[in-house]
Ligand binder design. Structure first.
Ligand code: ATP
Ligand code: PRP
Length: 227
């Protein structure tokens, strides 16, 4: 029997390093759970916690839904941006009970400050749009009745309009600092983003008794006002 099939293994929570890990720590602490190592320092991918029934696995942000979908993790924390893209390949697959209100930002359309986006839209120009978020971009422009050529990128989207790869980008904006630093402006908001707890549906049925106190603790911690 593999580890995945062993009902006695600890509950497994999938998290990405960086802001989601950092912003999840206080939520775990509110539930009385301390993490035994810092993944930024240890390079370990499986990390224990003070709760012998809970361990963390450290994965890429965009891989969190996949680990939960296949049950390699019982639950995970991922941004709405990531979940929206994942939904295209796994419609209705993940239970998303709690908006944790962490890692908040917006998904936006942005262009060079000297690009007349309104005129381009008005004239029905066929824009080239570079993004990591092709699903959200496709839906956004289709809803506007615009034909766009999507160019898939995996990061540093802000560079694309500066070097002639694209007319516009669809990317996350928080402080606006990255756009300003690259002489870009946001011209449309697509959706507000925050991170959600996602749960494997089979785990919910087979390990509900172990999961529920953790779900309740996340619910309480995310509802509590920031200290
Ligand atoms: N500037 C930001 N401010 C607040 N939240 C953000 C910001 N950028 C991204 N996020 C949110 O945090 C999540 C994780 O972002 P992070 O930068 O850690 O991973 P990533 O580099 O986007 O993912 P991957 O490693 O899979 O490419 C994103 O999916 C998004 O929901
Ligand atoms: O509006 P701001 O506060 O400047 O934040 C926006 C930036 O944050 C994210 O990048 P991130 O910092 O996660 O870098 P990465 O995409 O290379 O991981 C996003 O892709 C933007 O580039």
């Amino acid at each position: 029997m593999t580890d995945i099939q062993t009902a006695s293994r600890p509950l497994t929570l999938a998290l990405s390093k960086g802001r989601i890990f950092e912003e999840t720590l206080p939520l775990l602490a509110a539930a009385g759970i301390e993490v035994s190592e810092n993944p930024e320092k240890s390079r370990k991918l499986i990390i224990g916690t003070s709760d012998p029934n809970l361990r963390l696995i450290i994965v890429r942000a965009s891989d969190v839904p996949t680990y939960v979908q296949y049950g390699a993790a019982d639950l995970g924390i991922a941004g709405k941006d990531v979940l929206n893209e994942h939904q295209a390949q796994d419609p209705g697959g993940l239970y998303q009970p709690i908006d944790l209100n962490i890692a908040r930002c917006k998904l936006c359309v942005a262009v060079r400050a000297d690009f007349d986006y309104t005129a381009a839209v008005y004239q029905g120009a066929r824009l080239r749009v570079a993004t990591k978020y092709t699903q959200a971009a496709r839906e956004h422009f289709a809803a506007k009745g615009m034909y766009v050529d999507l160019i898939k990128l995996y990061g540093s989207m802000e560079l694309a309009p500066l070097v002639g790869l694209a007319d516009a980008i669809v990317d996350l904006v928080s402080t606006g600092g990255t756009l300003r630093a690259n002489n870009l402006v946001a011209v449309e908001d697509i959706m507000p983003i925050s991170s959600r707890l996602v749960v494997n549906r089979a785990s919910l049925k087979t390990r509900g008794a172990a999961l529920q106190p953790l779900l309740d603790a996340f619910e309480r911690a995310s509802a509590a006002p920031a200290p």
